[in-house]
Structures are given as C-alpha cells and as structure tokens.
Write a protein that binds this ligand. Structure first.
Ligand SMILES: Cc1cc2nc3c(=O)[nH]c(=O)nc-3n(C[C@H](O)[C@H](O)[C@H](O)COP(=O)(O)O)c2cc1C
Length: 201
C-alpha cells in the first residue's frame, strides 16, 4: 500500500484473477459472514434478485472440480484451481424477482423489465462478484471467476439444489495463490479506458 492509497484503493490495486492455488487447510469460520456483505448491493428497483450459494464443504468442492473436468487440465500440466479452493461462491440470478417487482403499481410507468435495453440484473450480479472479490482480498485470499459456459449447467443445479428457474451467473473461487516461475505474458498493450470530460479516441 503506497502512502497515497486509501485502504479500498489498495485492495482494488492488489486484486487480480488467480487460477492456481496452494492446497491449504483453511479455517472457514473467517469467511462465515462474508456472504452477508457479498449481497450488500444495490439492485434495480430493490428487486433483490441476486443470491449467493456459498460452498465450503471439501467434498462438494471436489465434486465441482470434477464437473469442470479439472483433471483434464492438470494432466496437461496446469495447476489445480477449483479443487484447491478453500471456498466457492456461486452468484445466482432470480430473474423473476425483477419481473415481479416491476409489475408492481409504483413501477407502472417504468419500462417493462422484459424490454430493458440493459438487463439490470447483470449489473447487480457484477456488483456482487466485485464485493466478493474485494472481501476475499481483504482476508488475504486470492480470487478467480469461472463462467459455466461449456458445462452441463443442469448438473450444477442438481448438486447445489439451485432451482431450475434461476440462472447461475458464475462462480468465484477463493484460495491461496501458489506462486510459480511461469513467465508472465508479454506486457499487455495499454488501452485507453478513461475519458476526461468527453469521450476521445
Ligand atoms: C464476467 C467474467 C467472466 C470471466 N470468465 C472466466 C472464465 O470462465 N474462466 C476464466 O478462467 N476466467 C474468467 N474470467 C477472468 C478473465 O478472463 C481475466 O482473467 C480477468 O479479466 C483478468 O483480470 P485481472 O487482470 O484484474 O486479474 C472472467 C472474468 C469476468 C469479469
């Protein structure tokens, strides 16, 4: 943390996606309240359609790594990722909560949630993801994110008892980084992402 950085700025600066974790014994009690803060997000219309399924059980984590074919990757020489996680956090979307909320009288004049040009539930899910990653960073844990594309989604619903009408947005992994000697990729070209007063190329 540099002298000029605030604590939040230092968490934001140090957070990065980490996909290789050490096998560690971790006291899950230190994470027992984390989900209360993960879901401390603003939601469109206060619909509260973003939920979290926290997984600490070692066998369940192992089952999830099997569903994601981790063995195939470790056989190719990649480091274990999911199986060495100390916890997994699934961000799940109850889209119906948004439609129900926006069908209420006080939202009569609002654009119908089925017609939103920006589906606000994805914004809310991203906010929960970022809360989770920063909370883990604060606990000196690294985090990663895994989407469920290319997987059999039904098997995740079944394993975690998630209702079929919910959408699993993705999974945040928590673990202790295993430092490797792997060469970091060539310096990523700088991209202009901040525009001062007006958009400019
Ligand atoms: C919405 C979202 C989806 C992602 N999906 C995956 C994924 O399925 N698998 C994966 O290995 N990384 C995934 N990532 C991580 C990114 O590929 C990449 O590692 C990240 O943008 C690097 O950020 P960092 O430089 O801040 O660590 C995802 C990230 C986000 C935000």
């Amino acid at each position: 943390m540099s002298n000029t950085e605030t604590y939040l700025e230092s968490l934001l600066s140090s957070r990065k996606i980490v996909r290789n974790y050490k096998k560690v014994n971790f006291d899950k009690n230190s994470l027992d309240k984390i989900s209360n803060y993960i879901i401390k997000i603003p939601t469109a219309g206060f619909s509260r359609g973003i939920e979290v399924v926290q997984v600490f059980n070692k066998n369940t984590i192992e089952n999830i790594s099997n569903l994601l074919n981790e063995k195939k990757f470790t056989e190719q020489g990649k480091s274990p990722w999911i199986s060495h996680s100390v916890a997994l956090f699934f961000i799940v979307l109850n889209e119906n909560a948004y439609h129900e909320r926006y069908s209420k009288g006080d939202k009569e004049k609002a654009v119908n949630s089925n017609d939103w040009d920006v589906p606000y539930w994805f914004i809310d899910a991203g906010a929960a993801m970022m809360n989770c990653m920063l909370l883990l960073e604060e606990k000196k844990l690294s985090s990663g994110f895994m989407g469920l594309h290319n997987t059999n989604r039904k098997s995740f619903h079944k394993l975690l008892n998630i209702p079929q009408d919910y959408l699993i947005i993705g999974m945040i992994t928590a673990g202790v980084e295993k430092k490797t000697n792997m060469k970091s990729p060539d310096k990523i070209q700088k991209k202009k992402l901040i525009h001062n007063e007006k958009f400019s190329k």
